[in-house]
Design a protein around this ligand. Structure first.
Ligand SMILES: [Fe+2]
Ligand SMILES: [Fe+2]
Length: 193
């Protein structure tokens, strides 16, 4: 359903479970970055009214997710640590060549966002199904549903603002590239690591 070419090894959850503080810290920043991506799309493409409306709602939703994660960090007696680097996202964003028209840039940003949502959704599903901590299992099941909706929305916007055939071709190429990045991941206690 998500189109991902390479599933995460479920043993990733065993690594995560040993360091809940670390996964929650990384996750908190994933939600922050999702909110700032939504805001940057508003700033970059203010004339796309439908996009601006949806990104306004999304920024609020992602910040609400951030608060939910932060609340859990506090409840467990921890303090939010510094931002963790997201090697996965940095690698992913090297795929499309720089330059091109403003519209091409928009389509690429939307496709990256769709994929990050799809992979996050897959990781949340794994956590919800395999983590021992029942409170977190329920939490990740709810978030999984939200991220699946975001994935669908970003992909639909890419198809709306770009040429459908070209967008679908780029999406498939991006999925193949993402699978090559994922081969080396699934070994760290971060959402995309
Ligand atoms: Fe989120
Ligand atoms: Fe999201």
């Amino acid at each position: 359903m998500l189109g991902l070419k390479l599933p995460t090894d479920p043993r990733w959850v065993n690594i995560v479970e040993k360091n809940i503080e670390e996964i929650l810290t990384d996750h908190a920043y994933c939600e922050q970055k999702a909110a700032s991506t939504a805001i940057s799309l508003i700033i970059g493409f203010p004339e796309k009214s439908e996009l601006v409306q949806e990104m306004t709602a999304l920024a609020r939703e992602e910040m609400a997710h951030f608060k939910m994660v932060h609340d859990r960090i506090i409840a467990r007696g921890w303090t939010l640590g510094r931002e963790r680097k997201d090697a996965y996202v940095l690698q992913l964003m090297k795929f499309f060549p720089k330059g091109g028209s403003r519209n091409t840039h928009l389509v690429h940003k939307l496709l990256y966002a769709a994929l990050i949502e799809a992979r996050s959704c897959e990781r949340f599903r794994l956590l919800s199904e395999n983590i021992q901590d029942q409170e977190l299992a329920t939490f990740y099941r709810d978030l999984m549903v939200s991220e699946a909706n975001h994935y669908t929305m970003f992909l639909a916007f890419a198809r709306k603002y770009g040429n459908r055939e070209e967008v679908d071709k780029k999406w498939q190429e991006l999925l193949v590239y993402e699978a090559t990045i994922m081969k080396d991941l699934g070994k760290k206690e971060t959402i995309h690591g």
